[in-house]
Design a protein around this ligand. Structure first.
Ligand code: NAP
Length: 472
Protein backbone atom coordinates (compact mmCIF):
# COMPACT_ATOMS: atom_id res chain seq x y z
CA UNK A 1 0.00 0.00 0.00
CA UNK A 2 1.42 3.37 -1.00
CA UNK A 3 1.05 6.34 1.32
CA UNK A 4 0.89 9.17 -1.20
CA UNK A 5 -0.07 12.80 -1.16
CA UNK A 6 -1.83 13.61 -4.46
CA UNK A 7 -3.21 17.15 -4.81
CA UNK A 8 -6.91 16.80 -5.75
CA UNK A 9 -7.01 20.23 -7.42
CA UNK A 10 -4.44 19.25 -10.07
CA UNK A 11 -4.08 15.47 -9.76
CA UNK A 12 -0.35 15.97 -9.18
CA UNK A 13 1.60 13.49 -7.04
CA UNK A 14 3.32 15.60 -4.37
CA UNK A 15 5.05 13.04 -2.18
CA UNK A 16 5.30 9.30 -1.53
CA UNK A 17 6.07 7.98 1.94
CA UNK A 18 7.93 4.73 2.67
CA UNK A 19 6.09 1.99 4.50
CA UNK A 20 7.39 1.22 7.98
CA UNK A 21 8.98 -2.11 8.87
CA UNK A 22 7.77 -4.59 11.48
CA UNK A 23 10.82 -3.63 13.58
CA UNK A 24 9.73 0.02 13.54
CA UNK A 25 6.24 -0.96 14.65
CA UNK A 26 7.61 -3.19 17.43
CA UNK A 27 9.85 -0.40 18.72
CA UNK A 28 6.88 2.02 18.85
CA UNK A 29 4.64 -0.57 20.46
CA UNK A 30 7.22 -1.20 23.18
CA UNK A 31 7.47 2.53 23.88
CA UNK A 32 3.69 2.96 23.93
CA UNK A 33 3.27 -0.02 26.25
CA UNK A 34 6.00 1.24 28.61
CA UNK A 35 4.27 4.61 28.71
CA UNK A 36 0.96 2.98 29.58
CA UNK A 37 2.57 1.31 32.62
CA UNK A 38 4.36 4.52 33.64
CA UNK A 39 1.14 6.56 33.36
CA UNK A 40 -0.76 4.08 35.57
CA UNK A 41 1.18 5.47 38.53
CA UNK A 42 0.89 9.13 37.67
CA UNK A 43 -1.87 11.67 38.34
CA UNK A 44 -3.39 13.11 35.20
CA UNK A 45 -2.67 16.79 35.97
CA UNK A 46 0.66 16.62 34.17
CA UNK A 47 -0.97 15.20 31.07
CA UNK A 48 -3.60 17.99 31.13
CA UNK A 49 -0.81 20.56 30.91
CA UNK A 50 0.77 18.73 27.99
CA UNK A 51 -2.56 18.43 26.16
CA UNK A 52 -3.11 22.19 26.48
CA UNK A 53 0.38 22.66 25.03
CA UNK A 54 -0.53 20.34 22.14
CA UNK A 55 -3.63 22.47 21.43
CA UNK A 56 -1.49 25.64 21.51
CA UNK A 57 1.09 24.12 19.19
CA UNK A 58 -1.54 23.05 16.67
CA UNK A 59 -2.89 26.60 16.64
CA UNK A 60 0.62 27.99 16.30
CA UNK A 61 1.03 25.90 13.14
CA UNK A 62 -2.58 26.27 12.02
CA UNK A 63 -1.80 27.55 8.52
CA UNK A 64 0.82 24.90 7.80
CA UNK A 65 -1.42 22.12 9.09
CA UNK A 66 -4.36 23.45 7.07
CA UNK A 67 -2.29 23.72 3.88
CA UNK A 68 -1.17 20.11 4.28
CA UNK A 69 -4.81 19.05 4.44
CA UNK A 70 -5.59 21.07 1.30
CA UNK A 71 -2.73 19.31 -0.50
CA UNK A 72 -3.59 15.83 0.75
CA UNK A 73 -7.35 15.78 0.29
CA UNK A 74 -8.43 19.04 -1.33
CA UNK A 75 -10.35 20.63 1.55
CA UNK A 76 -11.04 24.38 1.25
CA UNK A 77 -8.35 26.29 3.12
CA UNK A 78 -10.90 28.11 5.32
CA UNK A 79 -12.57 24.82 6.31
CA UNK A 80 -9.15 23.27 6.92
CA UNK A 81 -8.19 26.06 9.33
CA UNK A 82 -11.49 25.59 11.15
CA UNK A 83 -10.75 21.88 11.51
CA UNK A 84 -7.39 22.58 13.12
CA UNK A 85 -9.13 24.94 15.56
CA UNK A 86 -11.78 22.30 16.38
CA UNK A 87 -9.07 19.71 17.01
CA UNK A 88 -7.35 22.12 19.43
CA UNK A 89 -10.73 22.73 21.10
CA UNK A 90 -11.19 19.00 21.69
CA UNK A 91 -7.71 18.74 23.21
CA UNK A 92 -8.41 21.69 25.52
CA UNK A 93 -11.80 20.33 26.55
CA UNK A 94 -10.47 16.94 27.62
CA UNK A 95 -7.51 18.59 29.35
CA UNK A 96 -9.95 20.75 31.34
CA UNK A 97 -12.61 18.14 32.04
CA UNK A 98 -10.99 14.69 32.24
CA UNK A 99 -10.57 14.82 36.01
CA UNK A 100 -14.28 15.41 36.52
CA UNK A 101 -15.29 12.91 33.87
CA UNK A 102 -13.15 10.23 35.52
CA UNK A 103 -14.08 11.01 39.13
CA UNK A 104 -14.97 7.77 40.97
CA UNK A 105 -18.73 7.19 41.34
CA UNK A 106 -20.05 6.00 44.67
CA UNK A 107 -22.61 3.16 44.82
CA UNK A 108 -24.59 2.23 47.94
CA UNK A 109 -25.10 -1.52 48.33
CA UNK A 110 -26.28 -3.95 51.01
CA UNK A 111 -22.78 -5.47 50.98
CA UNK A 112 -20.92 -2.34 51.98
CA UNK A 113 -19.47 0.75 50.33
CA UNK A 114 -18.75 0.36 46.67
CA UNK A 115 -17.46 2.68 44.02
CA UNK A 116 -16.49 2.61 40.36
CA UNK A 117 -13.04 3.77 39.31
CA UNK A 118 -11.96 4.48 35.74
CA UNK A 119 -8.59 3.14 34.67
CA UNK A 120 -6.59 2.94 31.51
CA UNK A 121 -6.35 -0.41 29.75
CA UNK A 122 -3.41 -0.27 27.34
CA UNK A 123 -2.47 0.85 23.86
CA UNK A 124 -5.31 1.77 21.47
CA UNK A 125 -5.08 1.17 17.72
CA UNK A 126 -7.01 3.80 15.74
CA UNK A 127 -7.78 3.43 12.02
CA UNK A 128 -8.99 6.75 10.64
CA UNK A 129 -10.46 8.31 7.45
CA UNK A 130 -9.16 11.10 5.23
CA UNK A 131 -12.21 13.38 5.35
CA UNK A 132 -11.30 15.11 8.66
CA UNK A 133 -7.70 13.97 9.12
CA UNK A 134 -6.90 15.90 12.33
CA UNK A 135 -10.31 16.02 13.99
CA UNK A 136 -10.93 12.27 13.67
CA UNK A 137 -7.61 11.34 15.27
CA UNK A 138 -8.05 13.94 18.00
CA UNK A 139 -11.43 12.40 18.95
CA UNK A 140 -9.54 9.27 19.95
CA UNK A 141 -6.21 10.71 21.04
CA UNK A 142 -7.29 13.48 23.47
CA UNK A 143 -9.60 11.39 25.72
CA UNK A 144 -7.26 8.41 25.75
CA UNK A 145 -4.23 10.59 26.46
CA UNK A 146 -6.00 11.88 29.57
CA UNK A 147 -7.19 8.42 30.59
CA UNK A 148 -3.69 7.01 30.14
CA UNK A 149 -4.02 4.96 26.96
CA UNK A 150 -1.34 5.66 24.32
CA UNK A 151 -2.71 5.76 20.75
CA UNK A 152 -1.17 4.31 17.60
CA UNK A 153 -2.98 5.48 14.47
CA UNK A 154 -3.17 4.55 10.84
CA UNK A 155 -4.59 7.39 8.77
CA UNK A 156 -5.98 6.79 5.28
CA UNK A 157 -3.13 6.27 2.82
CA UNK A 158 -4.20 9.43 0.94
CA UNK A 159 -3.42 11.85 3.80
CA UNK A 160 0.13 10.97 4.87
CA UNK A 161 1.43 14.54 5.22
CA UNK A 162 -1.32 15.55 7.61
CA UNK A 163 -0.79 12.35 9.61
CA UNK A 164 2.93 12.95 10.03
CA UNK A 165 2.48 16.63 10.91
CA UNK A 166 -0.09 15.80 13.57
CA UNK A 167 2.36 13.40 15.20
CA UNK A 168 5.23 15.88 14.84
CA UNK A 169 3.48 18.85 16.44
CA UNK A 170 1.96 16.72 19.20
CA UNK A 171 5.36 15.37 20.23
CA UNK A 172 7.01 18.76 19.78
CA UNK A 173 4.54 20.19 22.34
CA UNK A 174 5.79 17.77 24.98
CA UNK A 175 3.67 14.64 24.51
CA UNK A 176 5.99 11.74 25.36
CA UNK A 177 7.25 9.40 22.66
CA UNK A 178 4.77 6.57 22.25
CA UNK A 179 1.75 8.63 23.29
CA UNK A 180 0.69 9.26 19.68
CA UNK A 181 2.28 7.13 16.96
CA UNK A 182 1.60 7.62 13.25
CA UNK A 183 1.85 4.39 11.27
CA UNK A 184 2.48 3.93 7.54
CA UNK A 185 1.70 0.23 7.49
CA UNK A 186 -0.16 -2.43 5.52
CA UNK A 187 -3.52 -4.00 6.40
CA UNK A 188 -1.65 -7.17 7.45
CA UNK A 189 0.49 -5.20 9.87
CA UNK A 190 -2.67 -3.61 11.29
CA UNK A 191 -4.08 -7.05 12.00
CA UNK A 192 -0.86 -8.06 13.77
CA UNK A 193 -1.03 -4.93 15.92
CA UNK A 194 -4.67 -5.64 16.82
CA UNK A 195 -3.68 -9.19 17.78
CA UNK A 196 -0.87 -8.00 20.06
CA UNK A 197 -1.66 -8.45 23.78
CA UNK A 198 -0.30 -4.98 24.55
CA UNK A 199 -3.14 -3.49 22.49
CA UNK A 200 -6.40 -3.28 24.43
CA UNK A 201 -8.80 -1.63 22.01
CA UNK A 202 -9.48 -0.68 18.41
CA UNK A 203 -11.21 2.47 17.15
CA UNK A 204 -12.23 2.72 13.52
CA UNK A 205 -13.85 5.55 11.61
CA UNK A 206 -14.56 4.74 7.99
CA UNK A 207 -16.78 2.84 5.62
CA UNK A 208 -18.99 -0.14 6.42
CA UNK A 209 -16.58 -2.32 4.44
CA UNK A 210 -13.61 -1.35 6.61
CA UNK A 211 -15.81 -1.58 9.72
CA UNK A 212 -16.74 -5.18 8.98
CA UNK A 213 -13.10 -6.12 8.47
CA UNK A 214 -11.66 -4.34 11.51
CA UNK A 215 -14.56 -5.29 13.82
CA UNK A 216 -14.05 -8.94 12.82
CA UNK A 217 -10.34 -8.70 13.66
CA UNK A 218 -11.11 -7.00 16.97
CA UNK A 219 -13.60 -9.77 17.76
CA UNK A 220 -11.17 -12.49 16.78
CA UNK A 221 -8.63 -11.21 19.30
CA UNK A 222 -11.26 -10.19 21.88
CA UNK A 223 -10.44 -6.49 21.73
CA UNK A 224 -13.02 -3.91 22.64
CA UNK A 225 -13.87 -1.76 19.61
CA UNK A 226 -15.74 1.35 18.53
CA UNK A 227 -17.03 1.63 14.97
CA UNK A 228 -17.86 5.06 13.53
CA UNK A 229 -19.15 4.24 10.07
CA UNK A 230 -21.16 5.78 7.26
CA UNK A 231 -24.47 7.55 7.35
CA UNK A 232 -27.41 8.66 5.22
CA UNK A 233 -28.78 11.25 7.58
CA UNK A 234 -32.34 12.53 7.21
CA UNK A 235 -33.03 16.28 7.18
CA UNK A 236 -36.74 16.46 7.93
CA UNK A 237 -38.79 19.56 7.12
CA UNK A 238 -42.28 19.47 8.64
CA UNK A 239 -45.35 21.50 7.67
CA UNK A 240 -44.82 24.32 10.16
CA UNK A 241 -41.04 24.67 9.68
CA UNK A 242 -39.62 28.12 8.99
CA UNK A 243 -38.15 27.75 5.48
CA UNK A 244 -36.47 31.15 5.50
CA UNK A 245 -34.60 30.14 8.63
CA UNK A 246 -33.61 26.77 7.17
CA UNK A 247 -32.26 28.49 4.05
CA UNK A 248 -29.43 29.95 6.17
CA UNK A 249 -27.90 26.52 6.71
CA UNK A 250 -28.83 24.59 3.55
CA UNK A 251 -25.50 25.03 1.82
CA UNK A 252 -23.51 23.95 4.87
CA UNK A 253 -25.90 21.09 5.56
CA UNK A 254 -24.93 19.27 2.38
CA UNK A 255 -21.95 20.93 0.69
CA UNK A 256 -19.56 21.51 3.61
CA UNK A 257 -16.32 19.56 2.99
CA UNK A 258 -17.59 19.01 -0.59
CA UNK A 259 -20.31 16.81 0.89
CA UNK A 260 -17.77 14.28 2.18
CA UNK A 261 -19.05 14.22 5.70
CA UNK A 262 -20.56 11.27 7.53
CA UNK A 263 -23.29 13.44 9.07
CA UNK A 264 -24.14 15.54 6.01
CA UNK A 265 -27.84 15.91 5.23
CA UNK A 266 -27.93 13.12 2.68
CA UNK A 267 -31.73 12.76 2.50
CA UNK A 268 -33.93 15.86 2.53
CA UNK A 269 -37.40 14.64 3.57
CA UNK A 270 -39.98 17.38 3.04
CA UNK A 271 -43.73 17.37 3.56
CA UNK A 272 -45.90 18.04 0.51
CA UNK A 273 -46.86 21.51 1.72
CA UNK A 274 -43.27 22.79 1.56
CA UNK A 275 -41.81 20.51 -1.08
CA UNK A 276 -41.88 22.76 -4.17
CA UNK A 277 -40.57 25.81 -2.37
CA UNK A 278 -37.92 23.79 -0.55
CA UNK A 279 -36.65 22.25 -3.79
CA UNK A 280 -36.38 25.70 -5.38
CA UNK A 281 -34.49 26.95 -2.33
CA UNK A 282 -32.09 24.02 -2.45
CA UNK A 283 -31.46 24.57 -6.17
CA UNK A 284 -30.77 28.24 -5.47
CA UNK A 285 -28.27 27.34 -2.74
CA UNK A 286 -26.58 24.64 -4.86
CA UNK A 287 -26.30 27.12 -7.75
CA UNK A 288 -23.96 29.15 -5.52
CA UNK A 289 -21.44 26.29 -5.52
CA UNK A 290 -18.24 27.60 -7.08
CA UNK A 291 -15.69 24.92 -7.89
CA UNK A 292 -12.09 26.09 -7.98
CA UNK A 293 -8.75 26.42 -6.24
CA UNK A 294 -9.22 25.32 -2.59
CA UNK A 295 -6.73 28.00 -1.50
CA UNK A 296 -8.87 30.75 -3.06
CA UNK A 297 -11.34 32.13 -0.47
CA UNK A 298 -13.92 32.66 -3.25
CA UNK A 299 -14.10 28.92 -3.97
CA UNK A 300 -17.02 27.27 -2.19
CA UNK A 301 -16.93 23.74 -3.60
CA UNK A 302 -13.67 21.84 -3.25
CA UNK A 303 -12.58 18.94 -5.43
CA UNK A 304 -13.20 15.46 -4.06
CA UNK A 305 -10.44 13.72 -2.13
CA UNK A 306 -9.28 11.29 -4.83
CA UNK A 307 -9.79 10.29 -8.45
CA UNK A 308 -11.58 7.11 -7.42
CA UNK A 309 -13.90 9.07 -5.10
CA UNK A 310 -14.90 11.38 -7.99
CA UNK A 311 -15.20 8.57 -10.58
CA UNK A 312 -17.24 6.37 -8.23
CA UNK A 313 -19.62 9.18 -7.30
CA UNK A 314 -20.22 10.14 -10.95
CA UNK A 315 -21.03 6.50 -11.66
CA UNK A 316 -23.27 6.19 -8.59
CA UNK A 317 -25.34 9.21 -9.70
CA UNK A 318 -25.57 7.84 -13.27
CA UNK A 319 -26.74 4.47 -11.90
CA UNK A 320 -29.37 6.19 -9.74
CA UNK A 321 -30.67 8.03 -12.83
CA UNK A 322 -30.64 4.80 -14.88
CA UNK A 323 -32.87 3.28 -12.20
CA UNK A 324 -35.43 6.06 -12.48
CA UNK A 325 -34.16 9.01 -10.41
CA UNK A 326 -34.53 12.53 -11.83
CA UNK A 327 -31.56 14.87 -12.06
CA UNK A 328 -33.43 17.88 -10.71
CA UNK A 329 -30.39 20.16 -10.67
CA UNK A 330 -26.81 20.08 -11.93
CA UNK A 331 -24.80 18.87 -14.87
CA UNK A 332 -22.46 15.92 -14.49
CA UNK A 333 -20.53 17.11 -17.56
CA UNK A 334 -20.12 20.69 -16.34
CA UNK A 335 -16.76 22.27 -17.27
CA UNK A 336 -14.15 21.65 -14.58
CA UNK A 337 -11.66 24.20 -13.24
CA UNK A 338 -8.65 21.97 -14.01
CA UNK A 339 -8.34 19.10 -16.50
CA UNK A 340 -6.88 16.56 -14.06
CA UNK A 341 -8.55 17.58 -10.79
CA UNK A 342 -10.98 15.28 -9.02
CA UNK A 343 -14.22 17.18 -9.72
CA UNK A 344 -17.81 16.46 -8.92
CA UNK A 345 -20.39 19.25 -9.47
CA UNK A 346 -23.21 19.80 -6.98
CA UNK A 347 -26.30 17.89 -8.11
CA UNK A 348 -29.81 17.24 -6.79
CA UNK A 349 -31.72 14.01 -7.30
CA UNK A 350 -35.46 13.50 -6.86
CA UNK A 351 -37.80 10.57 -7.52
CA UNK A 352 -35.47 8.05 -5.87
CA UNK A 353 -37.87 5.19 -5.24
CA UNK A 354 -37.47 2.27 -2.88
CA UNK A 355 -36.59 -0.13 -5.69
CA UNK A 356 -33.71 2.11 -6.81
CA UNK A 357 -30.40 0.81 -5.31
CA UNK A 358 -29.55 4.46 -4.56
CA UNK A 359 -32.34 4.54 -1.97
CA UNK A 360 -30.20 2.67 0.55
CA UNK A 361 -26.81 4.04 -0.50
CA UNK A 362 -24.66 6.77 0.98
CA UNK A 363 -23.64 9.50 -1.52
CA UNK A 364 -20.26 10.66 -0.23
CA UNK A 365 -20.01 14.01 -2.00
CA UNK A 366 -22.10 17.00 -3.18
CA UNK A 367 -25.29 15.13 -4.00
CA UNK A 368 -28.60 16.18 -2.44
CA UNK A 369 -31.49 13.72 -2.59
CA UNK A 370 -34.95 15.18 -1.94
CA UNK A 371 -38.00 13.14 -0.99
CA UNK A 372 -41.63 14.29 -0.85
CA UNK A 373 -43.82 12.87 1.95
CA UNK A 374 -47.46 13.41 2.85
CA UNK A 375 -47.03 14.15 6.53
CA UNK A 376 -44.98 13.78 9.70
CA UNK A 377 -45.75 10.09 10.09
CA UNK A 378 -44.53 9.32 6.60
CA UNK A 379 -41.44 11.46 7.19
CA UNK A 380 -40.50 9.40 10.26
CA UNK A 381 -41.14 6.14 8.40
CA UNK A 382 -38.94 7.18 5.48
CA UNK A 383 -36.20 8.50 7.78
CA UNK A 384 -36.05 5.12 9.53
CA UNK A 385 -36.16 3.13 6.30
CA UNK A 386 -32.37 3.11 6.08
CA UNK A 387 -29.57 0.69 6.87
CA UNK A 388 -27.76 3.57 8.53
CA UNK A 389 -28.48 5.34 11.82
CA UNK A 390 -25.89 8.04 12.44
CA UNK A 391 -27.46 11.51 12.80
CA UNK A 392 -30.20 13.74 11.52
CA UNK A 393 -31.99 17.06 11.73
CA UNK A 394 -35.65 17.89 12.29
CA UNK A 395 -37.28 21.27 11.58
CA UNK A 396 -40.72 22.19 12.93
CA UNK A 397 -42.51 25.34 14.08
CA UNK A 398 -41.33 24.70 17.63
CA UNK A 399 -38.19 22.87 18.78
CA UNK A 400 -40.29 20.94 21.35
CA UNK A 401 -42.30 19.43 18.52
CA UNK A 402 -39.11 18.75 16.55
CA UNK A 403 -37.62 17.01 19.61
CA UNK A 404 -40.70 14.76 19.91
CA UNK A 405 -40.19 13.70 16.32
CA UNK A 406 -36.44 13.31 16.93
CA UNK A 407 -37.12 10.72 19.64
CA UNK A 408 -38.77 8.55 16.98
CA UNK A 409 -35.77 8.66 14.63
CA UNK A 410 -33.48 5.62 14.84
CA UNK A 411 -30.11 7.38 14.84
CA UNK A 412 -27.38 8.16 17.38
CA UNK A 413 -28.10 11.91 17.38
CA UNK A 414 -30.64 14.42 16.08
CA UNK A 415 -30.43 18.22 15.96
CA UNK A 416 -33.73 20.08 16.29
CA UNK A 417 -34.36 23.46 14.62
CA UNK A 418 -30.63 24.08 14.54
CA UNK A 419 -27.51 23.69 12.48
CA UNK A 420 -25.53 20.53 12.98
CA UNK A 421 -22.10 20.71 14.46
CA UNK A 422 -19.61 18.62 16.35
CA UNK A 423 -18.29 20.01 19.62
CA UNK A 424 -16.18 18.22 22.25
CA UNK A 425 -18.86 17.85 24.91
CA UNK A 426 -21.45 16.25 22.61
CA UNK A 427 -20.96 12.55 22.05
CA UNK A 428 -20.90 11.19 18.51
CA UNK A 429 -21.81 7.78 17.07
CA UNK A 430 -24.51 5.70 15.51
CA UNK A 431 -26.68 2.61 15.45
CA UNK A 432 -27.45 0.03 12.73
CA UNK A 433 -24.75 -0.08 10.01
CA UNK A 434 -23.45 3.29 11.19
CA UNK A 435 -21.59 1.34 13.85
CA UNK A 436 -21.43 1.22 17.62
CA UNK A 437 -19.71 2.94 20.49
CA UNK A 438 -19.36 6.67 21.00
CA UNK A 439 -16.59 9.22 20.66
CA UNK A 440 -16.39 12.66 22.32
CA UNK A 441 -18.14 13.73 25.53
CA UNK A 442 -17.96 11.51 28.62
CA UNK A 443 -18.70 8.40 26.56
CA UNK A 444 -15.55 9.11 24.54
CA UNK A 445 -13.22 8.95 27.53
CA UNK A 446 -14.93 5.81 28.89
CA UNK A 447 -14.84 3.96 25.55
CA UNK A 448 -11.58 2.19 26.41
CA UNK A 449 -11.60 2.54 30.19
CA UNK A 450 -11.68 -0.26 32.71
CA UNK A 451 -14.75 0.66 34.75
CA UNK A 452 -13.52 -1.09 37.85
CA UNK A 453 -15.86 -1.84 40.77
CA UNK A 454 -14.27 -1.80 44.21
CA UNK A 455 -16.36 -2.95 47.19
CA UNK A 456 -15.17 -2.20 50.71
CA UNK A 457 -16.57 -3.65 53.92
CA UNK A 458 -16.55 -0.69 56.33
CA UNK A 459 -16.80 -3.05 59.39
CA UNK A 460 -13.75 -5.10 58.37
CA UNK A 461 -15.47 -8.26 59.63
CA UNK A 462 -17.40 -10.59 57.40
CA UNK A 463 -21.10 -10.75 58.21
CA UNK A 464 -22.88 -13.24 55.96
CA UNK A 465 -26.25 -11.64 56.72
CA UNK A 466 -25.02 -8.66 54.73
CA UNK A 467 -23.10 -10.45 52.04
CA UNK A 468 -25.61 -13.23 51.27
CA UNK A 469 -27.37 -10.94 48.76
CA UNK A 470 -24.29 -11.26 46.63
CA UNK A 471 -24.75 -15.01 46.21
CA UNK A 472 -28.37 -15.17 45.12
P1 NAP B 1 -12.44 3.63 4.29
O1 NAP B 1 -12.06 3.36 2.90
O2 NAP B 1 -13.19 2.63 5.02
O3 NAP B 1 -11.09 3.99 5.06
C1 NAP B 1 -11.05 4.31 6.42
C2 NAP B 1 -9.75 3.85 7.01
O4 NAP B 1 -9.77 2.43 7.07
C3 NAP B 1 -8.53 4.21 6.17
O5 NAP B 1 -7.45 4.50 7.04
C4 NAP B 1 -8.26 2.94 5.40
O6 NAP B 1 -6.92 2.82 4.99
C5 NAP B 1 -8.59 1.92 6.46
N1 NAP B 1 -8.91 0.59 5.97
C6 NAP B 1 -9.79 0.26 5.02
N2 NAP B 1 -9.85 -1.10 4.89
C7 NAP B 1 -8.98 -1.60 5.80
C8 NAP B 1 -8.57 -2.91 6.15
N3 NAP B 1 -9.09 -3.99 5.55
N4 NAP B 1 -7.64 -3.08 7.13
C9 NAP B 1 -7.11 -2.00 7.73
N5 NAP B 1 -7.45 -0.73 7.44
C10 NAP B 1 -8.37 -0.53 6.48
O7 NAP B 1 -13.33 4.93 4.43
P2 NAP B 1 -13.09 6.32 3.78
O8 NAP B 1 -13.54 6.24 2.37
O9 NAP B 1 -11.71 6.79 4.05
O10 NAP B 1 -14.10 7.23 4.64
C11 NAP B 1 -15.39 7.47 4.27
C12 NAP B 1 -16.38 6.71 5.12
O11 NAP B 1 -16.18 7.01 6.49
C13 NAP B 1 -17.79 7.13 4.80
O12 NAP B 1 -18.64 6.03 4.78
C14 NAP B 1 -18.13 8.04 5.97
O13 NAP B 1 -19.50 8.19 6.19
C15 NAP B 1 -17.40 7.38 7.09
N6 NAP B 1 -17.17 8.32 8.19
C16 NAP B 1 -17.79 8.09 9.38
C17 NAP B 1 -17.62 8.99 10.44
C18 NAP B 1 -18.28 8.76 11.77
O14 NAP B 1 -17.88 9.38 12.75
N7 NAP B 1 -19.27 7.89 11.87
C19 NAP B 1 -16.79 10.09 10.28
C20 NAP B 1 -16.17 10.29 9.05
C21 NAP B 1 -16.35 9.38 8.02
P3 NAP B 1 -6.47 3.04 3.45
O15 NAP B 1 -6.72 4.46 3.12
O16 NAP B 1 -5.04 2.71 3.47
O17 NAP B 1 -7.31 2.09 2.63
Amino acid sequence: MAYQSIYPYTGELKKTYENQSDEYVEDKLQKADALYHEWRNQPLDGRAEILHAVADNLMKHQDELAKAMVQDMGKLFGEAKAEVALSAMIANWYADNAKDLLRPQRVYTIMGDAHYEYHSTGVIMAVEPWNFPYYQVMRVFAPNFMLGNPVMFKQASSVPTTASLLEKYTLEAGAPEGSLVNLFVTYDQIEKIIADPRVSGVALTGSERAGQKIAAEAGKYLKKSTMELGGSDPFIVLDDADLDDIKKILYMARLFNAGQECTSAKRFIVTEKNYDRFLEMLKEEFSKAKMGDPMNPKTTLAPLSSKSAADDLHQQVKDAIAHGATLAYGNLDAPTPTPNGFWMPAVILTDVTRDNPAYYQEFFGPVGVVYKVADEEEAIKLANDSHYGLGGQVFAGHSKHAAEVASKIETGAVYCNNFRGSIPELQFGGVKNSGYGRELGRAGILAFANEQMIMRNPYDKIDLNHTIGGFV
